[in-house]
Each structure stands twice: as C-alpha cells, then as structure tokens.
Design a protein around this ligand. Structure first.
Ligand SMILES: [Zn+2]
Ligand SMILES: [Zn+2]
Length: 344
C-alpha cells in the first residue's frame, strides 16, 4: 500500500532533502536516474516522495512490513529488499539501537537486514575482551524481528598488505568475568564465530602508503580467502588502485560480493569522485560479478534507503540478476553457498 503524503509537496520534500542529500538546493530535486528538476512550492509530491514511509522519519508509527503491506516501490526503482550493512550504537559514531534499525528496515519494506558494526581499532584505544563482548552474544538476536529476517555480521578492518584483518594478532587470556581461559583466545576468531558473514573494508589507509597496484591486488585476494568474508566493503570510496579484473574475477569465482554503498555514493557525488564507483559497478556488470547493497546507515533513519544506488544502477544499466540483495531468499542463498549454513 502507498500512503499519499497529503498536503506535502516536493517544495518541502523531506525525503530527498534531509534524508539523502540529493536535493541540491531547496527547490531542486534529482530523482534517481533523472536530471535535476525545479520543484515549485505547489508541485505535487513526486512518486518517490509518496512512497517514502513517513514512519522512517520518526513522523509516524513504524509498523512491521507484512508482505502484503510492503510499501509499493516506484516502477523505475530497483528491487532491493536486503540491506546488508548498517551500524548500531556499538560502533560509537553511530546513533541507533538494533531494534530501531530493524523497525526502520521494516518500514522501508526490507525483507532482510544485516547489522554489521565496526570491528576495528577505531573503537577502543586498548583491546580488552570486555569491550568486545558484544560479538560474543550475537546468538541472542532473534532471526526474525518485526517481520524482517535479521542477519548477524560485522564490518571488519583490513589492517595490512597481507590482507590480515583486525584482531588476527590479539589474544585474550581471560574471559569477560575474569576467569582464566585454558588457552589464549584469538580476538578475530571470537568476533567472527557468531557472524553469518563479514564485510571487509579498509578505513585507515596509512599502511597502504607507497604500496604498488600489485600489492593492493594481492591484499584484496588474501582477504577473499577468509572463509567468513563475503563482501568487499566500499572499495570505490576507499580509492585504492588495484587490478580490477583480477579482484572482481576472484570475487565471482568464490561466489562473493562487491558492495555498492549508498553512503559512499552520496559522499562521492558531493566530492566529485563518483567515477570510481561507477567504473567498478560497470565492470561488475560486464564480468557478471554480483553486488550487495549496503546503506552503511549510522542512524536508523537511513536504513534501507537506496536512492543513490538506484541512480547508479540505472546509469550503468546494471543487470537485475546480479543484484544479490533483490530479495531475502537470494541473499541468504549467497551467504550459505559462500560461507556455509547459518546458525539457528
Ligand atoms: Zn562507521
Ligand atoms: Zn566502512
């Protein structure tokens, strides 16, 4: 069902203005896949505005999206029903709870939400098992909440040119209650154990300074060998130069995914470095490499929003069959074939 935003017009369009930043000036709107258009105060709200659930802006009551009630998508929009990348308060520079993200995903009509907090040295100056216990209790999450399939994940930092992941060299001797372990426990192993899948990203590029294209390529290939890594996160935004065909070819071979990241696109459009993302996505289309969608939301109001991703996919005429997030069944199928069966 589609609730009409009665009385509200594109002139004060909250949807594009505040939420995605795609409105360039107050009265100019860029619809996904279209050019800029001037919006008058009395212009009728566009279909994109009309389908945006006010609930997700905190302006109404969020409700679970039972299949029949799922919000209608505009005909030109992409069928993306899984958001595989978002952050909760645990990430420290994010602002919503797990439940708020789930409710927002439901209100956006998502079938599946993957919650992937940062697993990174960004979080704490010193590493203790107490600080990382969040990842030791993921099994407590319901598998279905508010009608949304909930997946457990993390966004893990790549920390060196060998493709090692944060925590690979950190061990704890004690459990969270201070009792001694019989043998040291590895942080990375502990953090990944309950994750259904992992997104691997580079956030601090210092270690790549002076690295050759071959070294960066090798780094990504090594990362893809990790059995829990399913997705290379925002490789376009990271901006490291690598041999695209080699890395994308390996992603495809292993049945893994390249992320198309909504936050990156918005940021890159602003900074004018959008071409790198477009190049990568175009090459995925040519080589038959599947992509995942991640809002990379750091606040619930952005969960499940993919307007900028839609525009990019339109632009490169991306094949729908390579969109692994088109529905929950497809995405969970990819997780299980690349990583293995998910825990109950
Ligand atoms: Zn973050
Ligand atoms: Zn990231």
């Amino acid at each position: 069902m589609t609730s009409r935003a009665s009385g509200s017009t594109c002139g004060d369009c909250v949807f594009f203005g505040e939420r995605t930043g795609i409105v360039r000036t107050k009265n100019v709107c860029e619809r996904p896949g279209e050019g800029l258009r001037t919006i008058e105060k009395d212009a009728a709200a566009c279909d994109f505005y009309q389908v945006s659930p006010r609930a997700s802006f905190g302006l109404g009551t969020a409700r679970a999206a039972a299949p029949a009630e799922r919000l209608a998508r505009p005909a030109s929009g992409w069928q993306i029903l899984c958001d595989t990348h978002c952050h909760t308060l645990f990430s420290r520079h994010a602002y919503s709870t797990l439940e708020e993200n789930v409710r927002a995903a439901a209100a956006q009509g998502m079938e599946l939400l993957g919650v992937t907090d940062h697993y990174s040295s960004m979080l704490y100056a010193q590493q203790t098992v107490q600080d990382w216990q969040y990842f030791l209790n993921l099994w407590a999450w319901p598998r279905r909440w508010q009608g949304v399939r909930l997946l457990r994940g993390c966004e893990a930092d790549i920390v060196d040119l060998d493709g090692n992941i944060f925590g690979h060299d950190i061990f704890f001797d004690e459990a969270i209650n201070g009792s001694k372990y019989h043998r040291p426990h590895n942080l990375k192993k502990m953090a990944f154990a309950q994750c259904d899948y992992v997104i691997a990203s580079v956030h601090n590029k210092d270690f790549t300074e002076g690295a050759s294209r071959e070294q960066i390529t090798r780094m990504y290939l090594r990362v893809l060998e990790d059995p829990k890594v399913l997705i290379l996160g925002h490789v376009g935004r990271t901006g490291l130069d690598f041999d695209m065909d080699t890395v994308l070819g390996t992603v495809k071979e292993r049945g893994k995914l390249i992320e198309v990241n909504e936050s990156s696109l918005i940021e890159q459009k602003r900074e004018g470095s959008y071409d790198r993302c477009r190049q990568i996505v175009s090459r995925c289309a040519e080589l038959g490499v599947s992509i995942s969608f991640g809002s990379d939301a750091h606040i619930a109001s952005l969960v499940g929003h993919h307007e900028a991703v839609d525009a990019l996919l339109d632009e490169v005429h991306f094949p729908q069959e390579l969109v692994a997030c088109r529905d929950a069944e497809t995405f969970t199928g990819v997780v299980e074939s690349a990583i293995g069966p998910m825990a109950e």
